[in-house]
Design a protein around this ligand. Sequence first.
Ligand code: TYD
Length: 212
Amino acid sequence: MSRGRFIALEGGEGVGKSTQARLLGTALEARGIAVVATREPGGTDGAEAIRELLLHSPGGGWNARAEALLFAAARSDHVEKLIRPALVEGKWVVCDRFVDSSRAYQGGAGGLGDDAIVALHDRGSEGLRPDLTVLLDTDPATAGARLAERDRGASDAIGGRDASYHAEVADTFRKLAEADPDGFRIVDAAGSPEVVHIRVMNAVAPLLATVR
Ligand code: TYD
């Protein structure tokens, strides 16, 4: 059996990743592909428990290094127990956020730097990379409006950080994508979910072509 494919959807808050991950999973299944849809932080019982610690941090929050370590620990569990076994079984994994979120949030906006995050990922998850990372990119005003609709003022510990933090996240995502054009596709996230879905399918078309 051939190895499955690993697709991550990335982007800042309110760009519609979760909706697009769901639409992508459904479209792949309609093509007869076995899909495992998952998310980060989370995806396994242990990683979901760490998600709670991260997003609703007890005692006033984590320092930047502790935060990065917790994301890396959650990812390590997720990769070992869910993602790698699914790929070995020939399934396609569609993941709502992966290591590039840590590179953009903790590495870029959090100030730890890319090398530190990549080193943690090498140690925790043997450096597993998606076959393709789809970066959903939109202007801050559109994302802000979608977010207000979704969260209705109840954002989590990281989503609730200030606009300059989120601007740095968006900027780092773009730089990562531009530096690795083989690994990333940048998709314009403006427009209806259906229109954006068509763009996402165009972005993953080369991967689909490898299995036909
Ligand atoms: P989530 O509710 O999944 O956010 P969204 O719907 O916007 O994807 O919460 C995940 C939060 O955790 C989000 O603010 C991004 C942040 N995050 C990091 O800071 N680093 C990471 O490595 C990951 C996976 C997420």
